[in-house]
Write a protein that binds this ligand. Structure first.
Ligand SMILES: NC(=O)c1ccc[n+]([C@@H]2O[C@H](COP(=O)([O-])OP(=O)(O)OC[C@H]3O[C@@H](n4cnc5c(N)ncnc54)[C@H](OP(=O)(O)O)[C@@H]3O)[C@@H](O)[C@H]2O)c1
Length: 263
């Protein structure tokens, strides 16, 4: 039952659907028959995507929402539920990152990053989970990050928000399993999306640029993982070896991670 093999008749709400990974997940789920609710701040981009999905025979509606604002999220969920019977799939994806030293990192932005990347996901989950538990049916996908498993320099606030997300997702997955609600944690490595602006790309070490993966491949893996009932994936998969090395040989791992530090 928790294996998501058919999207026909299901409704999926995707946050951060105006760009990158979220937009591709929305396209992919819509193409498989799900009605998609596209959520983000940029309404023009959401509208464009909704039109594209509708032209291809899919069903999509758009809702503007700043996920960092709790009352905004409440209104968004209310508006979504007014337009569909239930939400079966929640894709917690909206997020952003910066690469800067903790010493130089403005505290307001550190707080905002936690609000968007962690609290936004928590708000949507808190509002939509009860009906999933009641109906004994639901899937919640958290787009976390490898940065939620392995911290590197210049990513303090980002890593903290993603470690928090991984913790929330992992604990929740255990709590709601018997209610037939399936939680999938996704830990992508570097993925080629607008997430990295020009400045970030310029500062990125060559080795990281060379190993950057395409978002379409990540989304394929997410769809596969849902079909197989997996609870956590890292993409590219090989990076997960780093989690084991870190646990068994933290000193060695530290040296490898330092190679990724931008000068
Ligand atoms: N790309 C990577 O290498 C990578 C790696 C690991 C994890 N991730 C994670 O993957 C997720 C998606 O990132 P992406 O690579 O697809 O980046 P992206 O192309 O920049 O997309 C980010 C999305 O988040 C939305 N968003 C940002 N702040 C928001 C806010 N306050 N309220 C509502 N929506 C907001 C943006 O929409 P609006 O601007 O329209 O609001 C946009 O749709 C993020 O959680 C990111 O941390 C990315």
């Amino acid at each position: 039952m928790t294996k998501l093999t058919s999207y026909q008749g299901l409704t999926a709400l995707i946050t951060g659907a105006s760009s990158g990974i979220g937009a591709l997940i929305a396209r992919s789920m819509a193409a498989r028959g799900a009605k998609v609710i596209l959520v983000a701040r940029n309404m023009d981009k959401l509208q464009q995507l909704a039109e594209e999905i509708q032209q291809q025979g899919g069903a999509a509606l758009v809702l503007a929402c700043d996920v960092s604002d709790r009352s905004n999220v409440e209104s968004c969920v209310q508006a979504a539920l007014a337009q569909c019977d239930s939400i079966d799939i929640l894709v917690n994806n909206a997020g952003y990152g910066h690469h800067r030293r903790f010493l130089d990192w403005d505290i307001d932005d550190q707080e905002q990053m936690m609000r968007v990347n962690y609290f936004g996901m928590m708000y949507f989950t808190k509002l939509l989970l009860p009906s999933m538990v009641k109906r004994k049916k639901g899937w919640i996908i958290f787009i976390a990050s490898v940065a939620g498993k392995l911290a590197i320099a210049d990513e303090t606030a980002y890593a903290a928000s993603k470690f928090a997300t991984v913790g929330l997702a992992e604990a929740l997955s255990l709590e709601v399993e018997d209610d037939n609600v399936h939680v999938l944690t996704v830990c992508p490595g570097s993925i080629n999306t607008p997430f990295f602006d020009e400045e970030a790309l310029e500062r990125m070490p060559d080795v990281a640029k060379r190993t950057m993966a395409e978002p379409e491949k990540l989304v394929e893996q997410i769809i596969k993982a849902l079909a197989r009932g997996k609870r956590e994936i890292t993409y590219p998969k090989g990076i997960a070896a780093g989690y084991i090395v870190r646990a068994l040989a933290p000193g060695f791992m530290r040296k490898q991670v330092k190679r990724l530090t931008v000068k």
